[in-house]
Design a protein. Sequence first.
Length: 230
Amino acid sequence: MEKISIGGIPSLVWGDRSDRAFIAVHGKMSCKENFQAFADAAVRRGYQVLSFDLPEHGERKGEPDACNPWNGARDLQTIMQYAKNRWAEISLYAESLGAYFSLLAFPGEPIRQCLFVSPVLDMERLIQNMMAMANVDEDTLKQKGDVPTDFGETLSWEYYTYVREHPIQRWQIPTAILYGGQDTMIGRNVVEAFASRFGCKLTIAQDAEHWFHTPRQLKALSDWLKQAIL
C-alpha cells in the first residue's frame, strides 16, 4: 500500500502497479482505510484502488474545511485530476454520501464504470425528511441558519440551498447500484427512480440495511462485487 498526499488530501493507493484504477469514495463517519474488502476484490481483477479522506474524516479531523457538497466535490475533482495523470483508465466506487459528492463532481468525466453502495441519490429529499423528523420548516431553517437536531445532525440553510441549486441533471456513466432492502435512510423509490432515469443496474439485498456490516450483509456485498466489477 502506498501512502500519498494529493493537494494536501491524505490518500492511499492499494494494489500492484496497473494502468487502471478505481477511485474509492467513502461515506460519512468512514475513512480511506476502510476499503480493504473492496480493494481485495478490485486488485484481483487487475485494478489499483485510490482512496482518500473526505473533509472532517480520517486524518483530516480538526481541519477547517467542513464536509459539505462544495468542499467534497472540489476534493473529488482534485483526486480525479491526479488519477487521470497516473492511470489510463478510471472507474469509480462510492458509498452513501460519497456517491452524492461523486454525482456533483464527475458527471462529465470519462469513467469506465461506476459502482454505488447505499448511495445518497436525492440529497434534497433526504434533508427534507430530516427537517420533518426535527419538526423544522424552511422558514425556521432560513431564519436560524443552522439547527441542531436530537438525532445528531445539524440542519444547515446554506447546505440545503446549495443542494437545491445544484440538482443532479446528468449521469451518463455505466452504473451498478447495490441497495439494502431494509435501508431506512434512503427510500427504495428514490433509488429505483434514479436507476430508471439513468439506466443503472440495480441490485437489492433484501435483508441489508444502509450500512452493510453483518456477516450475511458483507457476503451479499462481496458476491455483488464479484459480478459487478468489470
